[in-house]
Design a protein around this ligand. Structure first.
Ligand SMILES: C[S@@+](CC[C@H](N)C(=O)[O-])C[C@H]1O[C@@H](n2cnc3c(N)ncnc32)[C@H](O)[C@@H]1O
Length: 432
């Protein structure tokens, strides 16, 4: 018999607390279940508010949880999430959560679960007042180390960034402009009673008022539109694509930007989509097929140049680098639980290596666009500044635009609570 939704949610959260896997991958295993939406809501919510709920839990049960009891800790966090954030009657939330301890093979914890959740119910007012006096990372539910980086990096904006990270992201589409104009697409979906508005930064972006399954979007399976945040839809324009160019998308999977590049310029001589992850490469294949586009797919480590490069230099390289994803926390709230300072350091080194290697594959006069969905300057402007300091043949091309924050060697979009774009960094380098 399938386990109860709450037990499944607690087990997913437990996995994250033990540093195993990601929320997306864990949820994927449940996608066919009837209770998927509820499970998803619970897991996303628990991750989004984890640091705050864990602070409340500590007031209710000060004894630390052993490693083998992280499932119970997760279940209690979930109980608190329901009481605080969901529109489930308290008695139902408590009873169902207590019952879920059976599915964790922890019948002994029924009493404890009941007692903790009822204590929250009784002391809610005082506990919430205590939370208001707690420090910012607890109140805004973020890891302390990340808050301190953001506070240092974005002293004027960081409180808004934290608020934005806790919001639900907008549902944004990229209209396939090689098939129809954005207005035609808006008219078509309006006829299907889907309310939407055009994005202000990217010519292809459309914001849908109410998230809905992609199967409900007219023409989705025929390639009329794709799901993609507006920030990353700015990429093809910055690449200054023209017919006949040789383009490399160096960290391409799942292929959102590869497909957008091909939709924007149908007469490229070559478009190589490279990624080192074979499973993620399959996603590129699926996306290309749906959109009826063609690219040359290569599975290799970009740094291992001899294994994938023919020696023919590229006119354009997109390096959408692996990064902390600190600009997309609202979409992937598990980042708050999974990202560590050590991982951040490793990512910065990997970005540095990829920049160094790929630069050697660019033609003189060619452009390399470096992007990340990060808002940590060490991955962005500091990375590019270091690179420019060590390469006399690299020139930063200023991005003239009315969006984002202009930095020394790039442009940074920051997440904002008014359902704007994700946090995203762009830097354009020309090889002399
Ligand atoms: C930010 S994601 C790319 C998203 C993609 N550009 C898109 O728009 O759909 C980063 C990708 O880099 C890949 N990656 C990380 N290190 C790599 C390396 N050394 N060589 C090639 N790919 C790498 C990861 O597998 C991941 O798919």
């Amino acid at each position: 018999m399938a386990i109860r939704t709450r037990a499944a949610a607690a087990l997913i959260l437990q996995k994250l607390l033990l540093g195993k896997g990601s929320l997306g991958a864990s949820l994927d295993l449940h996608r066919e279940q009837n209770d998927y939406q509820l499970l998803q809501e619970m897991c996303f919510g628990c991750c989004r508010w984890f640091h705050q709920l864990d602070f409340l839990l500590l007031q209710l049960r000060s004894k630390p949880f052993k490693r083998k009891d992280q499932d119970l800790r997760s279940l209690l966090i979930l109980g608190l999430y329901q009481l605080k954030f969901m529109r489930i009657p308290d008695h139902a939330a408590i009873n169902e959560t207590v019952d879920a301890s059976d599915d964790l093979n922890k019948r002994w914890a029924r009493g404890l679960t009941n007692a903790v959740l009822r204590s929250y119910q009784r002391q809610r007012k005082e506990l919430e007042e205590g939370l208001q006096r707690a420090d910012l990372p607890k109140r805004e539910s973020h890891p302390e180390w990340l808050v301190s980086i953001l506070a240092q990096s974005w002293p004027k904006q960081f409180e808004d960034i934290l608020t934005a990270n806790n919001c639900r992201p907008p549902f944004t589409l990229r209209v396939n402009l090689s098939m129809q104009s954005r207005q035609q697409f808006l008219d078509t979906i309006d006829q299907a009673d889907i309310k939407a508005r055009a994005g202000k930064l990217a010519a292809s972006a459309v914001y849908i008022d109410q998230p809905l399954p992609v199967s409900k979007i007219p023409g989705f399976f025929e390639g009329a539109a794709s799901v993609q945040d507006e920030a990353s839809q700015l990429v093809p324009e910055l690449l200054q694509l023209t017919p006949g160019l040789k383009v490399l998308d160096a960290c391409a999977a799942p292929g959102g930007k590869t497909c957008h590049i091909l939709e924007s310029e149908g007469s490229l001589t070559t478009c190589i989509a490279l990624d080192r992850s074979p499973t993620r490469l399959i996603k590129i294949e699926e996306n290309l097929e749906r959109l009826q586009l063609e690219a040359c797919l290569l599975c290799a480590d970009g740094n291992d140049r001899d294994s994938w490069w023919s020696g023919e230099a590229f006119d354009r390289i997109l390096l959408d680098a692996p990064c902390s994803a600190s600009g997309v926390i609202r979409r992937h709230p598990d980042i708050k639980l999974l990202l560590t300072p050590a991982q951040l350091e490793r990512l910065i080194l990997e970005q540095e290596r990829l920049l160094e290697t790929l630069w050697t594959c660019l033609k003189p006069g060619g452009l390399l666009l470096y992007t990340t969905c990060s808002i940590v300057p060490q991955e962005n402007q500091a990375q590019i500044n270091r690179f420019l300091g060590q390469h006399n043949d690299a020139k930063y091309e200023s991005i003239t635009a009315d969006w984002g924050v202009e930095c020394e060697s790039g442009r940074q979009l920051l997440p904002s609570a008014d359902s704007g774009t994700d946090g995203f960094f762009f830097s354009l380098l020309r090889k002399l």
